[in-house]
Design a protein around this ligand. Sequence first.
Ligand code: NAD
Ligand code: ISE
Length: 335
Amino acid sequence: ATLGVAVIGTGRMGADHVRRIHEVTSGARVAAVVDVDAERAKAVAARVDGCTAYTDPAAAMAAADVDAVLIASPGPAHEATLLAAFEHDLPVLCEKPLTPDAASALRVLEAELRLGHRRVQVGFMRRYDPEYAKLKALLTTGQLGRPLMLHNRHRNVASPPFFTSSMLISDSVAHEADATRWLLGHEITAVTVLRPTPSASAPDALQDPQFVVFETDGGALSDVEIFVNCGFGYQVQAEVVCERGTARIGDGHALVTNMAGRWGGTIAQDWTERFETAYDHEIQTWIDATRRGETTGPSTWDGYAAAAVCEAGVRALEDGGRVEVELVEKPALYA
Ligand code: NAD
Ligand code: ISE
């Protein structure tokens, strides 16, 4: 049967996921949208036949035509909505971050453990990006040997006004925390953050860029240049250095032009453009798994581990030095 989805939070990501479920993916319909901003919810609901607008997530979850929940509200609102979805035992796709800190992520994990089965796919969409998937497949073959280092670059054109220095870690580097764990199959054990003199283009008091170093339990290093006011484009690149070779993604060379003595191409301007295929694949995979009664993809454990890594990163940013990541023992549910 067609899956009835409630999309909670109809801002930039939520509205895009509503469009995606309505126009791009198959097997699901947007039965409800929820936003604390009633006018915004109504405007988005009006784009979809038979979609009801709510301001209270609990009311939407209790509706007879809602079978699953897509959470796209801001990170601090995720915990309450996840716990409410568990009360209705509804499958959830939760945009990253699972929650903003390790303690709240652990509360969500413990609540899912009490349900006794996985219910959450976390929105770490890079795992569904064709380039990241190729890199993961290559590493899995073992042809390159053991991964020694991973170099990541994560650049945004400009940060929104509410962005703080710690959000470069908790909101942006959260993606590299997951990508590092997933690509290498290691847990991150310690984080160091180095702070170059901020760019003159960064808003006052924003520590931008930052250079983050992760150490892993597999003996690898993963570094991240995070630069959220680079001005020129949206760039996400990764290069893995292994014992017998290297592999790199994110150069964006899908189309190269030659003209008037120069060669060149264009750079995406935001994530909706760079990761469009990844989001489509992420949501379709979620719909398909949910209709089969399964939960796949990045788990609550992955969301918790990323939150713990980011919390250590924020402490490393604020206090300086190397901060170790503390994780609880991994429950069998996530083995
Ligand atoms: P946004 O501010 O554009 O939209 C958030 C919406 O949620 C707003 O309309 C707001 O009114 C609403 N809202 C706030 N509290 C709510 C609550 N308790 N219940 C229901 N609605 C509520 O934010 P955004 O950029 O769309 O980000 C939303 C989520 O998506 C965040 O978790 C963010 O980290 C994530 N995100 C992911 C990616 C990605 O690449 N995967 C990119 C951007 C944002
Ligand atoms: C945003 O929330 C995202 O998730 C984007 O993918 C990331 O590039 C950006 O830095 C974040 O703020």
